[in-house]
Design a protein around this ligand. Sequence first.
Ligand code: GLU
Length: 301
Amino acid sequence: MTSSAAPQHMVTRFAPSPTGRLHVGHGWSALLAHDMARASMGTFCLRIEDIDGTRSRPEHVEGIVEDLNWLGIGWDGDIIFQSQRLDRYNAALDRLREEDLLYPCFCTRADIQASMIAPHGPEGPVYPGACRTLDDAQRVRRMEAGEPHAWRIDVAAATARVGTLHWNALPFPLDAKAEPQPVLAAPTVHGDVVLARKDAPASYHLSCTLDDAAMAVSHVLRGDDLRGATDIHRLLQALLGLPSPVYIHHPLLVGADGRRLAKRDGSLALAELRESGVDPAALADALRAGRFPVGIRPASA
Ligand code: GLU
């Protein structure tokens, strides 16, 4: 064995949910992740996060492929579809259940909203924990009666098991000379998040964490809106013995009104720009240089 570690092969990914057409912000994010890998002879992967059967649409998968091709973004290997990886998510759920870290939650959205004591975390209302205190007999009775339920992680028990955690972050804008810095993970502020939904086989948190590890993703580059999710992903990595990538969070793009771009803003869709005759190479170069279409800017600038 030698004492010097071989440099890590860089693997980045773009992981859209096929719930609409990609907008300029998605294009920017995909370009950043793509270029980061290419600059270090690394691998860039495309993962379609399509386990939300109620919102994911095959035509949007086609749209994503079309939009990325148009922008000149090529990926390595086959496209990964989360809908084809449900066994892996179920195996991880079984493991966490066996370790007594999950509990069934029968609360409806209305129940949770009606709870006057529900505090708010960075990502909305924090689950007040009503179902955490049910005893085993109550849980079994309600599940056997076919009551719809999600599975939540007991975040206090989970964090007690793994102790204080950090994730490694690189700053944005990217700086080739910067070294990753540890950031304290704060999973408890999000409460007992759902890991398996009533209407979907797994939650984003679980599938994303498992897939980033399975795909050997070394650097996760994604929007600032998912900074809080990283707290939870770090906790899941520790519980499931998975490696932790380096995280880079980039600002979201906002429009002239200060509101962040969303898939509903059709006029900012890449497909719309294509139809209006925009040159994709010029657009990609502009985005790379941090120049955005008129009226659009990164949130923090
Ligand atoms: N699928 C998520 C989205 O479209 C992104 C997941 C991620 O990059 O971790 O917002």
